[in-house]
Design a protein around this ligand. Structure first.
Ligand code: BGC
Length: 447
């Protein structure tokens, strides 16, 4: 693997510690699906309270991601990730020891802020410490950590369900939070951020540690300093046509990642399997665990290929597979005579759908939004894009069941299928290929 060949164990370590932010993102969004059954019972929740207990975390994510970029520009990438770790830790403890529903809602909101922070800053930090030739693999590692977190949550829920131990389900997140905190204490600041705040000597040292090759480090330094020469910062900067286009691409990609429907499967998988006729609850939870494993396993494809094949080819391949799987679901749900094989078709289609997302739209959206903004507005651009991702997530997960009830299964999956085509056209028309480019040399041309 290129990573090992180039001997960059150091950047691999830095990226792996930061990727723990992704692991917590995945775990904390996934864990509630199993825990909610028992919380509902213990606190005698009505349907609306139950729905809010699930979605309050997303409101925290929206709030956290809205401010994370500005915080990361003020106090640095490293410290922001450290703060995210502390927030995750506190949120998990409050949720686990809550005496009542209100405190639980508060705890889950706090957890959401942690997710919002890390979803902006972890990919940002990783892309800023990564050398160009392995940047795609290292940011994909972050997505891999998200998927492992989701899978771990499914398994923990499954194992602890017997004893109805929802407090443990929510509380176990303290372990990766602590590792993130301790790990980040030993991690360096991003050299790009150091140049941005004029700590040039430290930044240079850091670049040497990353590249181990003086001419390459010097080339990188040159391009970073050049990109910092333009003065305009903050919202003002987005008046420039090229930056406006970059922001439009970032926000649109982030929203498309959500409105093509991934979280209907990640959050509602067991319900979808039951709709398709897999009637036993434990069989559908088991099926969901398979989906989680496929999600994690297929992300490895992105790690291996994203820097060789490029971002756009992987996106086309993945989106085609997602389209086919969703179209199959739409067709199967519309055919009454398929009802006996519907369960099997749903299972296979869901696996294909999630598997194709896992090596394309999943990692590559995070990667692209960490690449397309110049350094002086990177924090803000990523914040705005990530915020849009969470708003899209909130709407899809809020309205999925309503859509199924109002429009029917077939039309719902059909809409997601059409949105995959829209995404493909958008990628073709607007998205630059960023493979192997130095971060500062990536340019988006004005639309
Ligand atoms: C998305 C999440 C999703 C996860 C599934 C991430 O890239 O942003 O919304 O739950 O992938 O693996």
């Amino acid at each position: 693997m290129t990573l090992l060949r180039s001997g960059q164990a150091y950047v691999l370590l830095v990226a792996s510690v930061a990727a723990l932010g992704g692991l917590l993102f995945g775990y904390d969004t996934g864990v509630i699906s199993g825990a909610i059954l028992f919380i509902t019972k213990d606190f005698a929740l009505a349907a609306r309270e139950q729905a809010f207990t699930i979605s309050v975390v997303l409101i925290g994510c929206i709030a956290g991601s809205a401010v994370a970029g500005t915080v990361a520009d003020r106090i640095g990438r490293r410290l922001t990730l450290l703060v995210a770790g502390v927030v995750f830790f506190a949120g998990a403890l409050v949720s686990a020891f809550t005496p009542n529903e209100d405190v639980l809602l508060f705890g889950r909101f706090v957890v959401g802020i942690g997710i919002g922070f890390s979803s902006v800053v972890a990919p940002l930090y990783i892309s800023e410490v990564a050398p160009a030739n392995v940047r795609g693999a290292l940011v994909s590692l972050y997505q891999f950590a998200i998927t492992v977190g989701i899978l771990a949550a499914y398994v923990v829920d499954y194992v602890l369900a017997g004893g109805a131990q929802w407090r443990w389900m929510l509380g176990l997140a303290v372990i990766p939070s602590l590792v993130l905190i301790v790990g980040m204490l030993g991690m360096p600041e991003s050299p790009r951020y150091l140049f941005k705040i004029s700590r040039d000597a430290r930044a240079r040292d850091e670049l040497q540690r990353i590249y181990r090759d003086p001419p390459e480090a010097a080339r990188e330094e040159q391009s970073i300093l050049e990109s910092l020469r333009t003065k305009s910062q903050g919202f003002e900067a987005f008046r420039q046509p090229a930056l406006r286009t970059a922001l439009m691409i970032g926000i649109t990609l982030a929203v498309l990642q959500q409105i093509t429907g991934i979280n209907t499967v990640i959050y509602y998988g067991p319900q979808i399997f039951q709709m398709a006729g897999i009637s036993s609850a434990s069989a559908s939870i088991l099926a969901q665990t398979f989906v989680g494993a496929v999600n994690a396993g297929m992300t490895l494809i992105a790690i291996f290929f994203v820097d060789r094949v490029g971002r756009k080819p992987l996106l086309y391949a993945g989106l085609t597979g997602m389209f086919v799987a969703l179209a199959a679901m739409a067709y199967a749900f519309s055919q009454p005579h398929l009802s006996s094989s519907l369960g099997a078709i749903a299972l296979v289609s869901m696996m294909v759908f999630v598997g194709c997302f896992a090596f394309s739209l999943g990692p590559i959206v995070w990667l692209l939004i960490s690449e397309i903004f110049p350094l002086r507005v990177r924090g803000l651009g990523m914040s705005l894009s990530t915020l849009s991702n969470w708003v899209g997530n909130f709407f899809v997960s809020q309205f999925f069941l309503t859509m199924v009830a109002r429009l029917g299964h077939s039309a719902t999956f059909g809409i997601y299928a059409v949105l995959c085509i829209v995404t493909m056209l958008f990628v073709r028309a607007m998205v630059p290929e960023t493979k192997q480019e130095l971060l500062e040399q990536i340019r988006v041309s004005a639309a």
